[in-house]
Design a protein around this ligand. Structure first.
Ligand code: CO
Length: 216
């Protein structure tokens, strides 16, 4: 076996030993099931692992990651994760976590063809177009890049509130909060963007579904 790959299994054994030394019941408790309070929708970037950067343990956060932490309304994988976590696991907080230095956002700012991913990144170009006046007014390219990372998180938070899943949760009286968060790869710090949404009031009228109380 290739050494770097084999090392993962050596590390795993050490982790199991360390963990059970600290807490003998750790795995038997987790084997009973999960009831995480958080859903994390983050970027696939290897530098932004949900549990590590939040000091949480297995069982604490349900995770969905894709390139540039997108909430795309035709993405069955994301919708399934969202539906399951809200309606079965009962998560209370959905966090969209973007990060400065995001390669996906950077690529979306350019015009180079990369491959299949171009079609995915087009969703970020739509965010750019929505905020074109603000972004084009920023002369420094790094600052413009950082701002697009932030605006992309904001739009993905809005996209979550447009889903029937989130709107029905609110209609059924669930305490569900949707948050926008930025991770800074330079400092390791997470920043709440102060754009949390916990009810239907801020959703634009064209996106509001008639209330559905049938899904209890
Ligand atoms: Co990224």
């Amino acid at each position: 076996m290739i050494r770097s790959y084999k090392k993962l299994f050596d590390n795993n054994k050490k982790w199991v030993l360390d963990t059970t030394t600290r807490d003998e019941q750790f795995f038997s408790n987790l084997a009973q099931g999960q009831s995480p309070e958080f859903l994390w929708i983050g970027c696939s970037d290897s530098r932004v692992p949900a549990n590590d950067v939040t000091g949480t343990a297995p069982g604490d956060i349900f995770v969905h990651r894709n390139i540039a932490n997108m909430v795309v309304h035709t993405d069955m994988s994301m919708l399934s994760v969202l539906d399951y976590s809200v309606n079965v696991l009962g998560v209370k907080h959905v966090m969209v976590v973007g990060h400065y230095g995001c390669g996906g956002v950077k690529a979306a700012m350019g015009n180079k063809q990369v491959g299949l991913i171009d079609n995915w990144l087009r969703n970020i170009k739509d965010v750019y177009r929505l905020h074109e006046a603000e972004l084009d007014a920023i002369e420094n390219e790094d600052d413009r890049f950082n701002r697009l990372v932030e605006l992309n998180v904001q739009e993905q938070v809005f996209n979550l509130t447009k889903t029937s899943i989130v709107q029905n949760a609110w209609a059924n009286g669930k305490q569900l909060q949707v948050h926008g968060v930025i991770y800074d790869v330079h400092t390791g710090l997470l920043k709440d963007m102060n754009i949390s949404v916990g009810d239907i009031s801020k959703v634009e009228s064209v996106y509001k579904f008639d209330l559905d109380y049938t899904l209890q």
